[in-house]
Structures are given as structure tokens and as C-alpha cells.
Design a protein. Structure first.
Lengths: 345, 241, 297
């Protein structure tokens, strides 16, 4: 009962019975997807979904905690590359990929903890965090970009410079290898657990403290909280969630290139979060899914305007819907006939 | 009647660039007292509170809480040791709801507040008429309720010493009186309170002893009657526009 | 003679590093100091400077004039952005960061679509100078001199002109400055425009040393960001100079022995350590130090 209250608490969109009914229907819809989707379509849907953990992590950090990061792709890349290295070197071992996942996520946690320590324990001003995190991502991109030579390999795996790392193994648990439909189910599960986990976090007592820190860090500290440690904790969680997306990405496409850590990719999570509305997890999940779908369709149709559209969308949203499109819509719905969908039950 | 000091400073000094904001302050607050600090604008009252809470680090001197030297501790540790502060400009979380404001304060991991502090907190909630379950954003509250909300938030943490920086600024006479009554009651219940205040009527209503700050230093100290009869105190107050 | 030329060469390396950081960061730090906003489109404004320089160079203008044109053109573009977009975000620093990033995406992608993947490069003016076994580029020596001149010019602007007086007043307390009749909106616009103009100016100056492409700004932003983070916002000029000098002290030896990339990594590590020691940057530390000295006298 206590755990259920964490999920239905007030800090995200949707508390009513009707909302949860729709939510369950949606999940069932995803689970039943393979009944009418081809493996190819299922793979595309996996792609739209796999960025959600990174988006949700940034939402926790920026929307709930007031700490903005521009470098979430750094953790995406760290986890992806490390998974490639570990699983690639343990090819044939049925537990190699799992070890790769653990290693990748652990590296994200360690790097974000060290990096965050220097920033939060120095109590730097707010604008410094996004700038330094972006610099970290850019440096990693630069480093990986110049690893083209044969000497740049770890064990049997080539880093590959700007051509990227190829032939990264599928995810595997013992004899069970995840690709096609099974990979799709695995992604749906990971995303669902990430979302519900984040939702429980923001409704927990720590979640209330996050909101307080976002509003006024000094007032919060003077209520007795070690805001340095709490900001660091959320920063690490967001880093690990970004790493989770990186894992899913390399397991989906079996490759990764340094441009996944570049300036353009770094902008995308910020755009998903800003467009949906940073203050609500569900809004961010919806916009991340929709925008990944749109950009994927645009760019696979060879549309060179994809990034201009995305950049323009960001500027327009910041100007005209500063709270985000989905959040604004949900708030307006509250007042109208559709109110019952999202109102407290 | 205990006379053991709960908050004490020795030779406290703080400069901002060329400005001396606090100078040679030896404050000694016995446990259970309600002390008023008065002084003209710029006298260094808020700075003194900021030093006590660790918002600023002093250039020299020491601060003791319950005989423990807390000069080098970060703010949150001081709060956990029993300090609580409201700011001169209201800093309840204006964009959050009343409920969120009241849920945010720190609770000790082992089972929350002690029964005394829980009693004080509940008393403040009910006398101030604050609704724990209200989903109204704090910014929509009238000013006096915002002030009371911030006091209640601080009490929720269960402090042993309450520092209030001009809690009645902008309040009507009735609201001021109400605030004074609550503070009196809390103090009678054993809570130590230090309050910065301009309103002499309020000071008369609540205080036992008064400390006068002037240009960063302690200028005079005594009972309300002593202080209001003090010629020099009148002079520095009348001296300013 | 051997030692002498080594010293000259090290000094030259150090000077080019400091000048590079200073040129990259000046436009950014001018805006940061005034409005507490990091302009994420800074790299793209530098790119626009390089493009303007390349186009006017092809049109037959002498290079110094191209640089001046870049300053004016990009400064104007900056003023337009400030009017249309940035001005709505004052006081919301994180949102301002995000919106300027959107602008940066639009600028680089737009440039790609309009001008294609690259423009003709500008040949490096000046030859080289031999000192013992080392050869120094005359152009970089000029850049060192130019960056010193820009710093002096900025110091003059802030300390000796009415604009500077109003700007410093606005920086300290915008509400108070407004009450005293300063048109702070105009100050903000001019400052943003000045910052953008400086970015264009630096982009033009660095154009001969780089390939002129829509995404060329990216190579400048990491060093620029690190420099402003270390510099802080307390005092624009002291921060920029102090931080670029400090950082080149780190970058020169590391870059010399371990290569350019590790030089950049060393910058990031140095930045992390420096902010841990001085959270508000070199400029605030310098300020405190000079306050102390003033007191003891
Ligand atoms: N953060 C600060 N930076 C610089 N000067 C300050 C700062 N805080 C306070 N001061 C100065 O210190 C002096 C004391 O201020 P304050 O403690 O706010 O006085 P009071 O609360 O008694 O009105 C004033 O001259 C004020 O200008
Ligand atoms: Mg005050």
C-alpha cells in the first residue's frame, strides 16, 4: 500500500483511476505490439523507446532538482562503449553481455560521482553545471574521434575513431539472446521500470526535498538538508539512467560512433525534456517518444531539415510554452471536460 | 530557571569588502530565553544571523551552540544540531503548494520529531490556521500567512533555538499581536527564541531582554525597560530617518 | 643561445595558448558578467565571424578590414537576437542557456544549408620568424598583441566611458541603476551585441588557422567554456585575463609534452580543481584578495 502511494502520489501527471486505466491499456498495447507489428516495426518502436531513461534522468535533474546538465550523452557513450568493450572481449561467454551492462553502468556511476563531487561540493553557481558537463561530453567525443588507428583497441575490440565501434554483441542472458521481438520486450520492460522507479522517487520524501532544492537551495539547506549530497545523488541517478539508454542503443544497433556524444546529440535530451515540460516525468516520456519517432522518420526519409526543425522547435517552445507543450496541455485539460482523465480520483 | 547558555559567540567579526558588518560581538543567550535584537537598518542584525547559521563564514571569532564550537560546520549540520532560521525577506517556497512546503522540512531518520517539537509544530499549525493538505501554491497566500508558513516550516524541523529575522514586517497590528502570542507560548514551552524586530510594541509584548546592535557591535543590552529608557539608544534610533 | 631560444619558444607557446583562450572567451565572458547568461550560440557566432571574413576576403577586402566587418556584422546579429529572443529570459539563467542552444543549432544547420559544407579558407598572413632551432608564426605573434590590445580597449570602455559606468552600475544592481535613470534594457542589448561582436571578431581572427565549416565553432567552445568557468563573473576583465593566464600555465607544458588533446583534458581537470578551491572563479578570488589588501592598509 505504501509503495502504491509512491506511484500514485501527486508529483507527476495522473492520479485518477481513469488515468491508471488508460496507463494500463497503454502498457498492454505495447506488450501486445508484436501481434500486429513486424519485427522491423518493433525494432523501430524499440528505438523510439530506448532514449526514455536518459530523458527521464534529465527530467529528474533539471525539472525536479533544478540542476541542468548538457552532457548526459557522455554517460550514454561511456556505457555504450564500455559494454562494447567488455561484451566484445567476452564473445562466446553467455554472461559476457550482462557483465558488460554492469560494467557500463558502474562506470557511469563512478564518473558522474567524481565529476559531480567537484561541482556540487564546491557549491558552484547554477550555470556552471551544464557548461562543464557539456565540456566533458565534447572532450570524450574528441578523444574517441581520434582512436581510429589499429593501436586503439582494447583486447580484441577496435575503438574505431569516427567510424565507430561495430559488431557490438546483442544483449544475452545465458542462452537467451535478445533481438527482434525479444529485444522489444526487454526495452519495454526496462523503460517501464525506469519510469515507475522515477515516479516513485519523486513521490518519496527525497522527491519533496528535490523540489525544495529546485526552488531555493539555501532555504532547503537551512531546513537541515545536505544539499550537496542530495544533488550529487540525483546527478548520479541521472547519469546511470543515461547509461541505460546507451546500453539499449548499442544493443539495438550493434554499433556506436563518437558523434553520439557530440554537440548535436547532446542537445537532443534537453530538447525532449524542454518540449514535453521538464516539471513532469510523464510529459517528458511522451515528448521523448514522439520526438524520437519524428526525427527518426524525418532523417530516415533523408530529410536534411530534421535538425533545423528540432532547433526551431526548441526555440519556439522556450518562447511560447516555457512550461512545455504536454504539461501545458495537461493543465488546460484539467479545466475542461476531459478533466477527469488527469484529475485526482 | 536555567542560566546555561545555548547560543554563544565570542569576538565575532565579519567584513564585506571595506564594510564592517559585525564587530567584536559577544552574544550569550541562556537556554529558554526570548531575546530581541534591535538596531537601525544596516546595524548588522541579519549578518549576525547569517553567521550563526553558517550562511557566511566569520573573518574571526567563534560560535558555540550548546557549548559545542560550530564555527566551521556547514549550515545543515547546525540546523540538525538545533538551529532554525526564518529570513528577513520571506523564503517559503513560493512556487510550491502549502502541502509541499510543509512536507519538505528535515525529519530525523529515526521516527521524526521528538514529542515536544511535534507538539510545538502542531500548536503553530493550528494557531496560524495553516492547512497541511492544502494544494494552493504558497505564492497565493496573503503575506502574513506566508510569514507564518515559513515559521511553521522551521518548527517542523524541531529546532531548539529559533532565529526570526523581522517576522512581523508588513503585518497588521492584529497579525503582529497574533505572532507575538504564538512566540510567547512557544517560549513558555521551553523553546529559545532570538528575534530581530523594529516594532517596539512587539518587543514590549514578548521580550525579557533586548540586545541593541549598532554599526556591527553590541551597543547596549538589558531589560526592555532599561533599553527603552536608555538615552543613547533613543539617540541612535532617532538619529536615523 | 640555445637556452635563449628555448625560453623564447616556451614564452611563445604560452602566449599563443593564452591569446587563443582569451580570444575564444572574451565575447562569452562580457555577456556572462553582465547578465549571468552563458551564450551557447557563442561558437556559432564565431563561425559567423569566420564566414563573414571569408566572404569579404573573397570579395577582395584586405584581411584587417574583413575582421572589422565581422565584428560589426556579428555584433548586429547579436543585437537582433537580444531583441527578439534573449531579452525574454533575463533572470531565468537555465532557460536562457537552453534557448541560446536552440539558436546555435539553427545557425549551424542553417549555414550548412545556405553555404554548403565549407567555404574557401583564408591564407595565414605573415610568414614565420626563426629563433634558433624554433620557428614562430608572425600571425600568432600579431594575435597575441591583438588580444592584449582588446583587453586594454575593454578596460578603457568599462572604466573611462559613460557606457562603462552605466554598465558597471547595471551589473552591480540593475534595479538601482534603473532608479537612477540608466536605460538598463539598452545596456543589456549593447552588451550582448558587444559580446557577439567580439565572438565574430575572434572568429575572423582565428579563421586563417582553421577550416571554415558550419560546425567549426565547436572546436572553440570547450576552451571558451572552461575559461569562463574558471574566470567567473565577478569581474569581466580580471576574470578573463587571470583565467586564461592560469590555464595556459597548465596547458602549455601538458600540450608540449603530451599532445594537444591531453592539453585540453588538463584544462578540464584544472578547471574542476580550481572551482573546488575558488567556487566563484579567479575573478572573485582576486577581488577578495584586493579587499584584504585594502583593509590592511
Ligand atoms: N552579502 C553582503 N555583501 C556586502 N555587504 C553586505 C552583505 N550583507 C550585508 N552587507 C552590509 O553589511 C551591513 C549590515 O547589513 P545587515 O546585516 O543586513 O543589517 P540589518 O539586518 O541590521 O539591517 C550593511 O552595511 C550591509 O550593506
Ligand atoms: Mg536585516
Amino acid at each position: 500500500m505504501k509503495y502504491l502511494a509512491l506511484l500514485t502520489g501527486p508529483e507527476d501527471i495522473g492520479q485518477s483511476r481513469l488515468f491508471w486505466a488508460v496507463f494500463v491499456l497503454l502498457v498492454v498495447n505495447f506488450l501486445a505490439g508484436p501481434l500486429w507489428m513486424s519485427e522491423f516495426e518493433a525494432s523501430n518502436v524499440s528505438y523510439y523507446l530506448l532514449n526514455l531513461p536518459m530523458a527521464l534522468g534529465l527530467c529528474l535533474l533539471w525539472g525536479y532538482c533544478g540542476v541542468l546538465s548538457f552532457g548526459q550523452v557522455a554517460y550514454f557513450g561511456i556505457a555504450g562503449y564500455l559494454y562494447g568493450i567488455i561484451a566484445g572481449n567476452m564473445r562466446g561467454d553467455p554472461w559476457g553481455p550482462l557483465l558488460g551492462e554492469v560494467g557500463g553502468l558502474a562506470a557511469c556511476a563512478v564518473v558522474s560521482a567524481i565529476f559531480g563531487y567537484f561541482m556540487f561540493y564546491a557549491r558552484v553557481q547554477r550555470w556552471i553545471v551544464p557548461i562543464l558537463t557539456l565540456v566533458l561530453a565534447l572532450l570524450l567525443e574528441t578523444f574517441l574521434g581520434q582512436t581510429a588507428g589499429y593501436q586503439w583497441r582494447v583486447g580484441s575490440v577496435q575503438l574505431g575513431g569516427y567510424n565507430g565501434m561495430t559488431g557490438i554483441p546483442w544483449f544475452q542472458l545465458g542462452d537467451l539472446t535478445f533481438f527482434g521481438y525479444s529485444f522489444y520486450y526487454y526495452v519495454v520492460l526496462v523503460v517501464l521500470v525506469s519510469y515507475l522507479g522515477c515516479r516513485a522517487l519523486v513521490n518519496s520524501h527525497h522527491g519533496k526535498v528535490m523540489l525544495a532544492m529546485r526552488e531555493d537551495p539555501l532555504r532547503t539547506e537551512l531546513l537541515g538538508y545536505d544539499i550537496r549530497a542530495r544533488q550529487l545523488a540525483v546527478f548520479v541517478i541521472a547519469g546511470v539512467l543515461a547509461g541505460l539508454s546507451g546500453l539499449l542503443y548499442v544493443q539495438w544497433g550493434n554499433y556506436i560512433t563518437p558523434s553520439q556524444l557530440g554537440l548535436v546529440q547532446a542537445a537532443l535530451p534537453v530538447i525532449w525534456v524542454a518540449v514535453g515540460g521538464r516539471s513532469k516525468l510523464l510529459a517528458v516520456a511522451i515528448s521523448a517518444y514522439a520526438l524520437n519517432w519524428i526525427t527518426y522518420s524525418l532523417s530516415s526519409a533523408g530529410n536534411q531539415y530534421a535538425l533545423v526543425i528540432i532547433g526551431g522547435l526548441l526555440v519556439a517552445v522556450m518562447l511560447f510554452f516555457p512550461d512545455g507543450i504536454v504539461v501545458t496541455l495537461a493543465r488546460n485539460m484539467n479545466r475542461q471536460a476531459l478533466a477527469r482523465l488527469f484529475r485526482r480520483g | 530557571m536555567t542560566t546555561h547558555s545555548i547560543v554563544r559567540t565570542s569576538a565575532l567579526e565579519k567584513r564585506f569588502g571595506g564594510i564592517v558588518a559585525t564587530q567584536d560581538v559577544d552574544l550569550d543567550i541562556p537556554e529558554g530565553e526570548l531575546r530581541c535584537i534591535i538596531g537601525p537598518n544596516g546595524a548588522g542584525k541579519s549578518t549576525l544571523f547569517a553567521l550563526l547559521c553558517g550562511i557566511h563564514a566569520p573573518d574571526s571569532g567563534n560560535i558555540f551552540l550548546k557549548d559545542r564550537d560550530i564555527t566551521a560546520l556547514p549550515s545543515f549540520r547546525r540546523v540538525r544540531l538545533g538551529l532554525g532560521l526564518t529570513f528577513q525577506t520571506n523564503r517559503a517556497f513560493h512556487e510550491l503548494t502549502v502541502r509541499q512546503n510543509l512536507e519538505a522540512p528535515f525529519r530525523l531518520p529515526q521516527g521524526g520529531r521528538s514529542s515536544t517539537s511535534e507538539k510545538r509544530y502542531q500548536y503553530a499549525l493550528s494557531t496560524f490556521g495553516l492547512d497541511m493538505t492544502s494544494d494552493v501554491p504558497a505564492r497565493e497566500l496573503p503575506h502574513h500567512r506566508l510569514q507564518w508558513l515559513e515559521i511553521a516550516m522551521v518548527l517542523a524541523g524541531g529546532p531548539d533555538v529559533l532565529l526570526l529575522d523581522e517576522p512581523t514586517a508588513g503585518l497588521s497590528p492584529e497579525e503582529t499581536l497574533q505572532t507575538a502570542r504564538v512566540l510567547r507560548h512557544l517560549n513558555d514551552d521551553g523553546l529559545t527564541i532570538i528575534v530581530v524586530e523594529h516594532d517596539i510594541a512587539f518587543v514590549r509584548e514578548v521580550a525579557e531582554r533586548v540586545t541593541v546592535l549598532h554599526q556591527g557591535a553590541i551597543f547596549a543590552e538589558g531589560t526592555v525597560a532599561d533599553i527603552t529608557a536608555h538615552d543613547d539608544v533613543r539617540r541612535i534610533y532617532l538619529g536615523q530617518a | 643561445m640555445e637556452e635563449f631560444s628555448l625560453v623564447i619558444s616556451v614564452a611563445y607557446q604560452f602566449g599563443t595558448n593564452a591569446a587563443f583562450l582569451l580570444l575564444c572567451a572574451l565575447g562569452l565572458i562580457v555577456i556572462l558578467g553582465m547578465m549571468n547568461i552563458i551564450n551557447l550560440a557563442h561558437g556559432e557566432l564565431m563561425m559567423m565571424g569566420a564566414y563573414t571574413a571569408s566572404l569579404s576576403y573573397q570579395a577582395g577586402l584586405p584581411f584587417p578590414l574583413c575582421v572589422a566587418v565581422s565584428f560589426l556584422v556579428v555584433g548586429f546579429v547579436g543585437a537582433v537576437f537580444e531583441r527578439l529572443v534573449v531579452r525574454r529570459f533575463y533572470g531565468r539563467e537555465l532557460s536562457a542557456l537552453v534557448v541560446t542552444w536552440g539558436i546555435s543549432l539553427l545557425l549551424s544547420q542553417g549555414t550548412l544549408m545556405v553555404f554548403g559544407p565549407f567555404l574557401p579558407s583564408i591564407p595565414i598572413p605573415g610568414g614565420s620568424l626563426d629563433v634558433g632551432a624554433y620557428s614562430l608564426s608572425v600571425y600568432w605573434l600579431i594575435l597575441i598583441a591583438v588580444s592584449i590590445a582588446v583587453v586594454v580597449a575593454l578596460a578603457w570602455l568599462y572604466n573611462r566611458t559613460t557606457f562603462g559606468l552605466h554598465a558597471r552600475a547595471t551589473m552591480q544592481d540593475a534595479a538601482m541603476a534603473r532608479a537612477l535613470g540608466v536605460n538598463t534594457g539598452r545596456i543589456y542589448m549593447l552588451t550582448f551585441s558587444l559580446g557577439a561582436g567580439l565572438a565574430g571578431f575572434s572568429g575572423a581572427l582565428l579563421a586563417p588557422t582553421a577550416s571554415i565549416m558550419p560546425f567549426m565553432g565547436q572546436q572553440f567552445v570547450a576552451p571558451a567554456f572552461i575559461t569562463v568557468v574558471v574566470g567567473g563573473a565577478a569581474n569581466v576583465i580580471a576574470g578573463a585575463v587571470g583565467s586564461s593566464v592560469l590555464l595556459s600555465l597548465v596547458r602549455t607544458p601538458v600540450g608540449f609534452y603530451l599532445g594537444a588533446f591531453l592539453g585540453l583534458v588538463a584544462l578540464l581537470l584544472a578547471a574542476l580543481i580550481i572551482i573546488r578551491l575558488m567556487p566563484n572563479g579567479v575573478s572573485a578570488a582576486l577581488q577578495r584578495w584586493s579587499d584584504r589588501r585594502a583593509q590592511s592598509h
